[in-house]
Design a protein around this ligand. Structure first.
Ligand code: AMP
Length: 218
């Protein structure tokens, strides 16, 4: 049986977005990526976007209450469809918020990666500001120059993918997000993946886990 509520947990640049794309096309999950939603809010200059922008530019987390409300309204619209949360929760209070709404997860996939690997990956990361698709100049190049394979819009290097900001985002991950691993380990739903492996290899390992009843270590 397919796992229907899944969290993708990992440092920035660990490959969550790339794997989410594969899971969506293979299993039809709804993909909810808080970073993408926030960037769209910033681009549209909504109230939320204006509140979030400064935090995002500095590589800091947007306050829990703002993100919680945003995610809850998205989840509400999904109804009973299977979904992947990518980039949420990122703090213990965010996980507690989901629990307080009665949302119970089937699996947390943790993408393990060190800072050195993150920095080298981010150095070549290209992102589509329109649809959120992500590519890498060497490991996963787009088919046509700086054009998004998914929607045809121009790819950019995100401001917060610069090395100094990446370091600060990684630090934030260690301090605020990594404790979630222990939180979900207690529920026995964590699968850990070595995220430094080839994209295809990780895809296969995750597919095995998502399609099975039993949760075990990859
Ligand atoms: P991402 O694309 O997931 O790396 O997110 C980009 C930025 O959006 C992060 O560095 C944060 O500033 C903000 N953000 C995304 N998700 C969250 C979250 N769950 N909690 C707080 N801030 C978030």
């Amino acid at each position: 049986m397919k796992k229907s509520k899944v969290i993708l947990l990992g440092a920035p640049g660990s490959g969550k977005g790339t794997q989410a794309k594969a899971l969506v096309s293979k299993y039809g999950y709804q993909h909810l990526a808080t970073g993408d939603i926030l960037r769209q809010e910033v681009a549209k200059q909504t109230v939320l976007g204006r509140q979030a922008k400064d935090y995002m530019d500095k590589g800091q987390l947007v306050p829990d209450d703002l993100v919680n409300r945003m995610v809850y309204s998205c989840l509400d619209k999904l109804g009973n469809k299977p979904f992947l949360l990518d980039g949420f929760p990122r703090t213990i209070p965010q996980a507690e918020f989901l629990a307080s709404k009665g949302i119970v997860f089937d699996m947390v996939i943790c993408f393990g990666i060190n800072l050195e690997s993150v920095l080298s990956r981010m150095a070549g990361r290209l992102t589509c500001a329109a649809c959120g698709a992500s590519f890498h100049s060497q490991n996963n190049p787009p088919k046509r120059g700086m054009v998004c394979d998914e929607c045809g819009k121009t790819l950019v290097i995100r401001d917060d993918d610069k090395p100094e900001t990446v370091k600060s985002r990684y630090e934030t991950y260690l301090q605020k997000t990594e404790p979630l691993l222990e939180y979900y380990r207690k529920q026995g739903i964590v699968v850990e993946v070595d995220a430094t492996q080839e994209i295809k290899k990780i895809e296969e390992l995750i597919a095995e886990q998502v399609g099975e009843n039993n949760v075990c270590q990859v």
